[in-house]
Design a protein around this ligand. Sequence first.
Ligand SMILES: NC(=O)C1=CN([C@@H]2O[C@H](COP(=O)(O)OP(=O)(O)OC[C@H]3O[C@@H](n4cnc5c(N)ncnc54)[C@H](OP(=O)(O)O)[C@@H]3O)[C@@H](O)[C@H]2O)C=CC1
Ligand SMILES: O=C(O)[C@@H]1CCC=N1
Length: 283
Amino acid sequence: MASTSTHGAHPLIGFIGAGNMARSLASGLLKNGWGKNQIILSDPEPSQRQAIESVLGVKTLADNQAVAAQADILVLAVKPQALGEVAAALAPSVQKKKPLVVSIAAGVRLEDLDRWLGGGLPIVRAMPNTAALIGSGASGLYANERVSEAMRNQAESILRAVGVTVWLADESLMDVVTALSGSGPAYFFLVMETLEQAAIESGLDPKQARLLTLETAFGAAKMALEGHEEPSQLRRRVTSPGGTTEQAVKVLEQGGIRPLFKKAIEAAVNRSREIADMFGKKA
Ligand SMILES: NC(=O)C1=CN([C@@H]2O[C@H](COP(=O)(O)OP(=O)(O)OC[C@H]3O[C@@H](n4cnc5c(N)ncnc54)[C@H](OP(=O)(O)O)[C@@H]3O)[C@@H](O)[C@H]2O)C=CC1
Ligand SMILES: O=C(O)[C@@H]1CCC=N1
């Protein structure tokens, strides 16, 4: 096994749960110079483990405790509803090993996770998004007070392997990040679906409608990311006075696109809080 040093230069990173997110992160780490022998994953499903071993070439185990007993950094990547039970079972191992814990579970607060794990641990909470699968993710991070500067850098380097990261000033902002960038890909997919369908209904060939929709979304995102101008300014540049865009944007504004998105974000924020309360009540 790679290293026995705690948080040393070549730490061993263990993933509990080897689903989509854990695989994306492990794959991102490998592309960013981590060695295959620095990564280990546990998952109950044999076919899942076999697939990971053959695709990524990293070790997998069925036993969560065996991973937790050796990992310097332990990434918890099971579904939020499973985390209470999984974390409580890991408590003896993590209390002995004292790893840096990184949780990517949506809506599980640090305080609850720390309690399930037996208390006193350095924990970073992260909210990535599905674009981590292709290395274009965006994550919010928040650390508890036991996380040192070096540990923050370690946690950040894991999430940065699959995209950009921002540190939050307050844990409650995780709910906003979940609503914005965690759920956000779904909003853009919905807009793509809607535009494509409208173009088809206006007579365009479906394949052409798909291609033009996706390339338009990509081109707009790329221009905005280049950062030479604000998105509002870029929008104004497309909107010729008396032209076509002006009419479409007017319909969207009059239809309440801004208050509608505001309401959508608020609904997601509220649900994130509800989920946190629901899981937090579990012993
Ligand atoms: N998907 C997304 O867009 C985002 C997800 N997240 C968070 O990431 C986490 C993982 O999500 P995702 O990868 O999508 O989900 P997946 O369902 O793909 O991954 C979870 C994995 O955990 C395994 N698992 C279940 N029970 C246990 C157990 N007791 N011990 C070890 N492993 C277990 C599952 O196995 P099996 O399939 O056999 O049950 C599965 O392989 C979640 O907490 C989610 O909130 C965060 C941001 C965005
Ligand atoms: O919809 C959800 O609850 C999760 C969290 C962010 C993305 N998917």
